[in-house]
Design a protein around this ligand. Sequence first.
Ligand SMILES: [Zn+2]
Ligand SMILES: [Zn+2]
Ligand SMILES: [Zn+2]
Ligand SMILES: [Zn+2]
Length: 368
Amino acid sequence: MKIPTYARYDYCAKRACDFLEEYNISSYPVDVEKIITDNKWGLTPYSLIMQQFHCDRNTVIRCLRSMDGYTQLDDDNYSIAYNDDPELGDRKRFTLMHEIGHIYLNHLVDFDITLLYRNELSKKENKVLENEANAFARNVLAPISLVRQLKDKAPENISSKFGITYYAANTRLDLFKKDFEIIDSIGLQQRMGNIFRKFYNKTTCSKCNAKFFLRYRNFCPICGSKNTLKWGDGIMDYKEYETTVEGFVETCIRCGNKKIMGNYCQICGAPARNYCTNYFWSEDNYQACTHSEPLPGNARFCPDCGAKSLFFHHNVLNAWNIEYDQFMEEETLEVNIPTTSDGFMTIPNEQPKKLPWGDNIDEELPFN
Ligand SMILES: [Zn+2]
Ligand SMILES: [Zn+2]
Ligand SMILES: [Zn+2]
Ligand SMILES: [Zn+2]
């Protein structure tokens, strides 16, 4: 196939939409490395190539003919190399999605691109492929349907919500109208809307994987971590406890007493309403935290100040990781104990299930 004269932006937008559906993207910033490892594609930082070949970074850039990243197809597996120069800042997510763009847009196969051939591409041909991969990457990493939902559309905010650089956030804004028109003209609005509707109003924590129907900002109410909240859907429903409109639990969590009459269970003394201890226990009327509302029954921490909740302080609730470990164990059991057709268990030979957040936890600021 011949490289097209102009970038096929409608094709890129459509493929971005296919990608979001196929990989069931349901939280932002997108965990790009997980997509790469799940596909069993290779992933090599330039620094490793430098070590292996005893050369400097510029030599790697020159040999791979790319400042940011490079994708290669061997037999039928892809491997991606990327520039991990710390000077480049938070560009990794975009670089990797750009390389995935080359793969998902089928560039290497359709145009039979090898390292040797890459050298023969004209500047213009190269630019077409680069523009296509960039269009794919921005429509996956910062889709216009989601950017539209942001109250604050400043590049700083876009950069932190989607985990892209300030520069990439500006490009996203510059091309907003153009991408909008393309997506609209090929009738993708509805499909894109359906992808995101599932988690428009949800928050998840990249540490404990809790699922929230509220937008918490500072601290995760389940695990108490700061800056681990992301926009999107989680996989864990931490056990919830029914409360009255005033926030009283209907059944004592500790002893099961169903006739709670005051602020404390008259049978076991457990508190009946959950609060931020930083608010509740303030000395001399000094209120360190402004969260005066009762907290949800399963909150171990205050979402505003990160202090322990009253329930957690009194050991009415277990540490979050007990529930988490149980959940993961059940998941692993389901996955790892396949049975043969005659009903016997086979010995699992799969690799242990990878933690859902991969190796590096996103440090992006939570949604507001
Ligand atoms: Zn490229
Ligand atoms: Zn958490
Ligand atoms: Zn009780
Ligand atoms: Zn608080």
